[in-house]
Design a binder for this molecule. Structure first.
Ligand SMILES: Cc1ncc(COP(=O)(O)O)c(C=O)c1O
Length: 404
């Protein structure tokens, strides 16, 4: 079993060690939930203060031009495009993942006949939105098990909603293989990359993906409820229409001529006035990724995972690792099964190890390479081992299904 000297040796060789100090993490906490809400980058707090006091407080409405607020969704979209492996002008930062899913499903299915299908184990918002889009368009709707998705991508399907990294188990789907199949049958896939972006290396252009959405508050550290993003490959942009024809998506927003003409480019997927404070916080958090090589970051995630998994196997025989061990088949969190996962997570949070719980029986721990050291993993797994060996989690009371 790896021990502290092993973890310290890995920390000495860690190319991302300097990033840790750029986050405002509280003392006494090992934060293993950056896959749900990323930690606060210190520079984001400073930027928010400057934006509020100067750009808004002093410059007032002049900041739409002076600070180029108007172009923030595109500008931030271009930064995100680099993490997706696509080009400038193909991504826009806007709205929530749920709203962007609705826009892209309606746009994709609107161009062709056929059913809308969704992976049954998507995050629930994906299946809710997909089913409602099918109802609005008067199309059949089908839920498909992840393992059956390749076979389900057939000619009578107009659009499929698939998450690349599963929010529970972190199992990772093969974008290139599924896109290849979709192309052969004339189907379009809308990818949810919420658990992928900023965690796993992505190359959507190489893999043939043309539509995707994702959130920014997980591995991108954009803050609670940060604006999400959407990607539409440039070749498709003029062919697809957003179901929300807002003035920010107009070809000439300031013409005010009462006739909706969608912008010729990615801007047609904007609705109305965008949340500037949240967008500028996200823009600042993305500066962290400017000098990050995603392959190297992923290599650190793999090291953190291997350390975590080896220690859990040695220390906690009653916890089962659900996440695939092959790095090519998973994302950047680790999921452990236990019938009392909720009590265990609560006991851990009381001891400063913050992970989370997904019903009914999964404990999740985010392995975020920008904020975590190998020693953190060592200490955290030690505390998990103590909680399991002592049975301390049994003392956590649950009332009415909720931990109290
Ligand atoms: C895969 C996935 N999609 C979507 C969402 C949430 O979407 P929204 O930001 O619209 O709440 C989550 C939230 O954790 C998620 O894990």
């Amino acid at each position: 079993m790896p021990t502290l000297p092993d973890a310290e040796a890995l920390d000495r060789a860690d190319p991302f060690a300097e990033f840790r100090d750029r986050f405002a993490l509280p003392e006494g906490v090992i934060y293993l939930d950056g896959n749900s809400l990323g930690a606060l980058p210190r520079s984001v707090a400073a930027r928010l203060e400057a934006v509020a006091r100067h750009e808004w407080g002093e410059r007032l409405i002049r900041s739409w031009n002076e600070a180029d607020w108007w172009n923030a969704p595109r500008r931030i979209g271009d930064r995100i495009a680099r993490l997706l492996g696509v080009s400038d002008g193909e991504v826009i930062a806007t709205d929530s993942t749920s709203v962007n899913l609705f826009k892209l499903i309606m746009a994709a299915a609107g161009t062709r006949d056929g059913a809308i299908i969704a992976e049954a184990d998507n995050f629930p918002t994906d299946t809710y939105v997909a089913e409602e889009a099918a109802r609005l368009l008067g199309r059949p709707f089908r839920l498909v098990a992840g393992s059956g998705m390749v076979d389900a991508l057939v000619a009578d399907v107009a659009a499929a909603v698939i998450t690349q990294v599963n929010y529970r188990t972190a199992a990772r789907a093969d974008i290139a293989a599924l896109e290849e199949r979709a192309r052969r049958h004339g189907t379009r896939i809308v990818w949810d990359l919420s658990h992928s972006i900023g965690a796993v290396p992505l190359d959507l252009a190489r893999d043939g993906a043309s539509l995707a959405v994702g959130c920014s508050y997980k591995y991108l550290n954009g803050g609670p409820g940060a604006p999400a993003w959407l990607y539409v490959a440039s070749a498709l942009q003029a062919k697809l229409r957003s179901p929300i024809a807002g003035w920010w998506g107009h070809a000439d927003a300031f013409a005010f001529d009462g006739q909706y003409r969608p912008a010729p480019d990615i801007a047609r997927f904007l609705g109305g006035t965008q949340p500037m404070l949240s967008l500028l916080a996200l823009e600042e958090s993305l500066t962290l990724f400017e000098r990050v090589d995603m392959d190297r970051l992923w290599a650190k995630s793999v090291r953190l995972f291997d350390l975590f998994a080896a220690r859990i196997e040695a220390l906690c025989p009653e916890l089962t690792i659900l996440t695939p061990r092959d790095p090519a088949l998973r994302g950047s969190h680790i999921a452990l099964h236990h019938p009392d996962a909720q009590r265990i997570i609560t006991a851990l949070i009381e001891r400063g190890v913050i992970g989370d719980y997904r019903a009914p029986d999964i404990a999740r721990f985010g392995l975020t390479p920008l904020t975590l050291s190998h020693a953190d993993i060592l200490y955290a797994t030690g505390i998990i081992g103590d909680v399991m060996a002592s049975g301390a989690w049994r003392d956590v009371a649950i009332e009415g299904g909720r931990v109290t």
